[in-house]
Design a protein around this ligand. Structure first.
Ligand code: GTP
Length: 381
């Protein structure tokens, strides 16, 4: 079979995206295409979906804060019960798709797959797929924090409705997406017409691909071309600008002054000459950090560092992922996390021709990059 299962856990795809971006269009495409797979679909809004499929289940909003008192960790009771119910019908479907409502934060959905023991035994988060509206995403990134969170969260971004924008607008929107999340694979689409294997059942190889991307290979986008689509929005500066933006009044960063997407200062991104390099527009709020260590790592030092980091900074870390080479361990340690919740395993063995190195990425809001890098270097040295 094409998708040889690595585990017998049911893969779960979470589809997210802002209101009207095209989630239902994508779902319909998945369910009507001839792929020989059977999907159970969970929708967390009451079902106006016109699909004749007895495995579509509606979910009520029911979100629990976890009893460790952490505000950024929540699980969904409704989802747990639905998945448990589906497991009793195992054999009737091959994979699960969860469609979230437009404003949903994907974190509680994703966390449910890491935290609840029964769900974790039965199912495995395969990918978060974010559908974005090519016409409106840039605007929503300015005024809707959920839209940005959904991009930051994504393993796969489908930039839908490309028929409604010019090639220049499309490039700019893509650069904004990459500035927030360089690791997601990005597909342009009209009516969500993406190859389904770009969206479904991807995890086994995705982590490797993701971790090969160096955000430094992205080129900062110039920002002095004509913005005819600026509907009178004010100039937006980054957190360190001296203007009086009270919602940006953080001063805990000690790196250079960083401006928002519209500033005309020269940014400090590496000035690659660009063959095949992708453009990225730096986001003043959400960033990603990529860490790499050539050689093996002592788990006695690495694991406590990682745990402590996500405990301390988890509220700001939306996602983290990594593949780690432990000393005296023939298998690769693979982890991923959502806010403070981490899940890691020793997986397959390193291959003979594979370089034993450790690669990690973090995506989040206002990450303390210098401190995280120093901590990592100290933990792996
Ligand atoms: N022009 C254009 N319209 C599209 C495209 N994809 C979807 N639409 C239309 O956009 C509207 C919203 O699409 P949906 O798939 O319902 O979006 P959604 O994200 O499920 O919306 P909510 O469930 O309300 O959050 C529908 O009228 C679609 O027909 C596209 O690529 N181009």
């Amino acid at each position: 079979m094409e998708h040889a299962a690595l585990t017998d856990k049911i893969p779960v795809t979470v589809i997210t995206g802002y209101l009207g971006a095209g989630k239902t269009t994508l779902l319909n495409r998945i369910l009507t295409e001839q792929h020989g797979r059977r999907y159970a679909v969970i929708v967390n809004e009451f079902g106006e979906i016109g699909i004749d499929n007895d495995l579509i289940v509606g979910a009520d909003e029911e979100v629990f804060e976890m009893n460790n008192g952490c505000i950024c960790c929540t699980v969904r009771g409704d989802l747990i019960r639905i998945i448990e119910g589906l497991m009793r019908r195992r054999g009737k479907f091959d994979a699960i798709i969860v469609e979230t409502t437009g404003l949903a934060d994907p974190a509680p959905v994703a966390q449910t797959f890491f935290v609840d023991a029964d769900v974790k035994d039965a199912a495995q988060l395969d990918a978060v797929v974010t559908v974005a509206d090519a016409k409106w995403l840039s605007e929503r990134l300015k005024d809707a924090p959920e839209a940005k969170t959904q991009i930051a969260f994504a393993d796969v971004v489908i930039l839908n409705k490309t028929d409604l924008v010019t090639p220049e607008e499309l490039e700019e929107t893509e650069a904004r997406i990459r500035g927030i999340n360089p690791y997601a694979s990005l597909h342009r689409a009209v009516k969500a017409n993406v190859p389904l294997n770009a969206v479904l059942e991807r995890s086994a190889f995705d982590l490797d691909r993701i971790l090969q991307i160096e955000p430094n290979f992205l080129v900062a986008e110039e920002h002095d071309h004509d913005h005819h689509h600026h509907h009178g929005h004010d100039h937006e500066c980054g957190p360190e600008c001296d203007h009086d933006h009270e919602h940006h009044a953080h001063d805990h960063h000690d790196h250079d002054h960083e401006c928002g997407p519209e500033c005309e200062h020269e940014h400090h991104h590496h000035d690659h000459d660009g063959h095949g390099h992708l453009k990225a527009i730096h986001d003043s709020e959400m960033q990603s950090i990529s860490l790499r260590h050539a050689g093996e790592v002592d788990p006695e030092r690495f694991v406590p560092w990682l745990n402590e980091l996500v405990q301390k900074e988890g509220a700001d870390i939306l996602r983290c992922k990594g593949i780690v080479a432990f000393k005296n361990e023939p298998r690769r340690f693979v982890f991923q996390g959502v806010h403070m919740i981490l899940d890691g395993d020793l997986q397959r063995e390193w291959k003979d021709d594979e370089k034993r190195e450790s690669r990690l990425v973090f995506i989040g809001r206002k990450l303390k990059e210098d401190a995280i890098r120093k901590g990592f270097e100290a933990a792996v040295s």
